[in-house]
Design a protein around this ligand. Structure first.
Ligand code: M6R
Length: 366
């Protein structure tokens, strides 16, 4: 049942190329220039009336929602707020009939996410669900559903569900752009072409697992570490940090790289591992200068960068290159080494990778 892998998590990490393909599937039309979302019943007129979007979710799905915010704001120029469901439902959010609420949930059964969905509906918002389980509570109660075709996810640590949620956000962002006319056709086609390349690019990264394993074995000897990045790299850093904490029980924090000197830099001392994401071309120089700040204080830096930007090698101790893609799409690649890092660190510590202590796969209690 683990298809030759030692753990479900590793099997699911390797299923990502297929999950990407299945989630894009028939949602890209034959010309390759348009996204087709037949399951979304929202009309063009209703979409034009949307003046704000709230993305609501828990844990890893919340982290996918942080990327979703970036994607939708860039492609469709609609203001988006991403919130943790257990906060959103109690803070009396400003929801109107022109608010589109997007709930994201692998299981579709998370209690707080479901309650947030109900709160949104009570306030007259239209709700779109991104979920991996057809027929789940979230899928049944939402007005529209985009199913992520990742297949069953057994490991408590979410991997392929997260990345297929990213694919769903890319498709929905493009769909909005196409419907609202916020991006020209050529650009939409360019993004679609780049999305189609992601599965084989993930395969390439999986081929580098051994290099990540070496870093993980070193990381596993520490009790504290940091993940840093800017922009979407920061959102991916949050996910990498959660994954590592969840299964390796090593304490880590994700920081927006530009925030380091507002406090966290005080914690950087000799030998502390820092995982630095520098995949965003426009932010590259800025991130490199933050990396130099931690290096100067003795940190051991593992840097993840895009192909072609190997100047990073000069500033860090170890690097991993991800294949070249559009800046908007790098999260669908850069998270993969972080999943592997968490997996190998957990393994090195002798933990139960698939069933971490104190956690359940589906959190149906509040
Ligand atoms: O089923 P859901 O997507 O609603 O679950 C949300 C979180 O409980 C989940 O993503 C959790 O954070 C994962 N175990 C993280 O790997």
């Amino acid at each position: 049942e683990k298809a030759g892998f030692d753990h479900f998590m590793m099997k699911e990490i390797h299923e990502q190329p297929k999950a990407y393909r299945d989630t894009m599937g028939s949602r890209i039309d034959a010309s390759g220039r348009k996204v087709v979302l037949n399951e979304v019943k929202l009309t063009a007129e209703q979409l034009r009336d949307v003046n704000q979007i709230h993305i609501v979710a828990c844990g890893t799905a919340y982290h996918a929602g942080l990327i979703g915010k970036n994607v939708i704001e860039r492609l469709a120029r609609i203001p988006v707020e991403t919130d943790v469901a257990s906060e959103y439902r109690y803070r009396s959010p400003i929801i109107t009939k022109n608010t589109l609420v997007i709930v994201v949930s692998q299981s579709g059964e998370t209690a707080d996410t479901l309650a947030a969905l109900r709160e949104a509906k009570r306030n007259g918002a239209r709700v779109l669900a991104i979920t991996n389980v057809v027929g789940s509570s979230v899928a049944r109660e939402a007005d529209d559903v985009i199913v992520t075709w990742a297949g069953p996810e057994i490991a408590v640590a979410s991997t392929k569900a997260y990345t297929s949620q990213l694919i769903a956000f890319y498709l929905f962002g493009l769909y909005l752009a196409q419907t609202l006319g916020t991006q020209d056709e050529a650009y939409i086609a360019e993004v679609i072409d780049a999305i189609k390349l992601l599965p084989e690019q993930v395969e390439y990264i999986l081929g580098q697992a051994e290099a990540v394993k070496q870093v993980a074995e070193q990381v596993a000897t520490h009790e504290d570490l940091f993940f840093i990045g800017r922009g979407m790299d920061y959102a991916v850093a949050l996910e990498g940090s959660l994954k590592l904490k969840e299964i390796s029980y090593i304490h880590s924090e994700a920081y927006a790289a530009g925030e380091l000197k507002h406090g966290t830099l005080a914690l950087i001392e000799d030998g502390i591992p820092v995982i630095a994401l520098a995949t965003q071309h426009d932010l590259f120089e800025k991130t490199v200068s933050n990396i130099k700040e931690v290096k100067a204080r003795g940190a051991y830096v593992f840097g993840i960068h895009s192909a072609g930007e190997d100047e990073l090698k000069k500033s860090v101790d170890q690097t991993l290159e991800i294949p070249k893609t559009l800046p908007l799409l790098t999260p669908a690649l850069s998270v993969v080494p972080l999943q592997l890092l968490a997996y190998y660190a957990s393994l090195a510590r002798g933990n139960d990778v698939d069933k971490p202590r104190n956690l359940a796969k589906s959190v149906t209690v509040e």
